[in-house]
Design a protein. Structure first.
Length: 187
């Protein structure tokens, strides 16, 4: 090879490796674009997500949701276990705003509060239990995905006891078939 930078005593394997890597400069994706979630080609987003340590990934998400998940993954990993990281991971996955109610308070069914599902009642020693409220309706498959995100983001000592949706996708009006894909507000 006349244009080679290898020494004269290079082996045939070294020449073969040099020939195989000679065309790497012709690849149309600059490295700085590949490592940026905003400019990475859509076909390479799953690998970028893996490199950034994204815990939950769905090929069915929109490109915007995929890019937001990758963009937020480092901050979420740093603050994993906090309420902020849980809500941010859910929002980055495209599920919108959410609310987290931690533990049971020392409230009793004595008429002091209006029972609306947002107040907790029970033993205050059960602080590791939490409820999660989503602002938009989701399917049962999406609810399973939210549970997986919560399992990987929430502290291991905490236990999800209820997921509530403030808006139900379907009403009891006979317009849908009960096939198990959706529910009516609680999963």
């Amino acid at each position: 090879m006349p244009d080679s930078l290898l020494p004269l005593n290079a082996s045939t394997q070294e020449y073969a490796l040099e020939g195989a890597t000679a065309r790497l400069g012709d690849v149309p994706a600059p490295l700085r674009d590949v490592w940026n979630p905003d400019t990475c080609p859509a076909s390479m987003l799953p690998w970028l997500a893996w490199a950034f340590g994204v815990d939950e990934w769905d090929a069915g998400w929109s490109d915007d949701a995929k890019r937001a998940t990758i963009r937020d993954s480092v901050m979420i990993q740093r603050r994993k276990g906090s309420v902020w990281s849980i809500k941010r991971a859910i929002a980055a996955a495209g599920f919108g705003d959410s609310q987290l109610i931690e533990g049971n308070s020392n409230n009793f069914y004595n008429g002091a509060f209006t029972h609306n599902g947002l107040k907790t009642y029970g033993d205050p020693t059960e602080w590791a239990r939490y409820r999660f409220i989503l602002a938009r309706p989701i399917s049962n498959d999406q609810a399973d995905q939210v549970r997986r995100i919560l399992e990987t983001t929430a502290p291991a000592r905490c236990h999800l006891i209820e997921m509530i949706f403030t808006e139900a996708a379907n009403l009891y009006n006979g317009a849908i078939t009960y096939n198990g894909a959706y529910n009516h507000g609680v999963a």
